[in-house]
Design a protein around this ligand. Sequence first.
Ligand SMILES: [Zn+2]
Length: 408
Amino acid sequence: MENLLPRFLEYVSIDTQSDPNSKTTPSTEKQWKLAKKLVLELSKIGLEKVSIDENGYIMATLPSNLNKEVPTIGFIAHYDTTPDYTGANVKPQIIENYDGGDIVLDKASNTVLSPDYFEDLKQYEGQTLITTNGKTLLGADDKAGVAEIITAMEFLIQNPEIKHGKIRVGFTPDEEIGRGVHKFDVKKFGADWAYTVDGSQIGELEYENFNAAGAKVIIKGKSVHPGYAKNKMINAIGVANEFLSLMPPREVPEMTEGNEGFFHIHGIKGDIENAEFELIIRDHDEEQFQARKGLLRAISEKLNNKYGAIISVEINDQYRNMKEKIEPVFHIIEIAEVAMLKIGIEPIIKPIRGGTDGSQLSFMGLPCPNIFAGGHNFHGKYEYVPLESMQKAVETIVKICELTGEKF
Ligand SMILES: [Zn+2]
């Protein structure tokens, strides 16, 4: 376990920011630097079949030490960081025995990590916190996950009395730009199920995410001299406004939480002849999700009946709730839950208000819930991770391996 912190600090010191505008995989050349280091590390600790493909996908095997057949399980993390905030020159600060007060990240810019604003901090009093220096993100998302998986494998190798089946490890580039598993070879990975170690606070266990679609509403108006427009002009801007007024006003991101779905308008432009707006649709419930898409079509039909066929609605599905793929194999959640309870963690099971790589993998044939990696405030300078949470993530991974060996 003593290698966990140095490992993490080494990984975050390497800039692996991904880039949505690039067409290559990995999207940035610099991700190779850490990828190559990880390959060496996996071999060094004694894993077998360590491989990296031309797209930067890393896989490795910890062979079974049981004399019976048990399911093969996997652990997956991503080694890129978000394009939203700089990940260059990360200089972490280590706060030992955190006193529960304000942490000055950067004096010059008065950047302070305060429990008055970030209340989660309070639960880590007395622990060791790893923070930024107020100028970059930290990269615990998801280098904490990478360091935890490697450390757990090392622990299993050093403690052969802990019995387990075959374990597969997978590290991916470009998760932060939504391409983390596009080129993930599920067949080559060869696991019965896997866990992404990419969640936030200690205890998180997630197997429900949004159903997601994007939509575009296009309105064609009719321009006529405003002085002589009566019963002739159709103002596309006005029709767009009418369309929006027929949508449920409270079902928007800023007024919803938990299991509540929403519509989110994120772009609008228009003049008299042409108007269009773009929105995203999110709902955990499949039926509600379909109903939301239906509502857009119904409003369009209603206004088309009023004005003539001037509105078209394009809807594209984006990702789906993995719940339907996890429920038939629910023991994979129970194992993770029991693993956490056995090492003294209270599991926090809640729906994700977004998507995960695991949801895509689940629909690609690899059921893949998400467990905590320990960090908070991802994608910005207030990101931090308690060392104790990282240690508990290592223990959770080890326990999941052990329980899977016992259960089957
Ligand atoms: Zn992540």
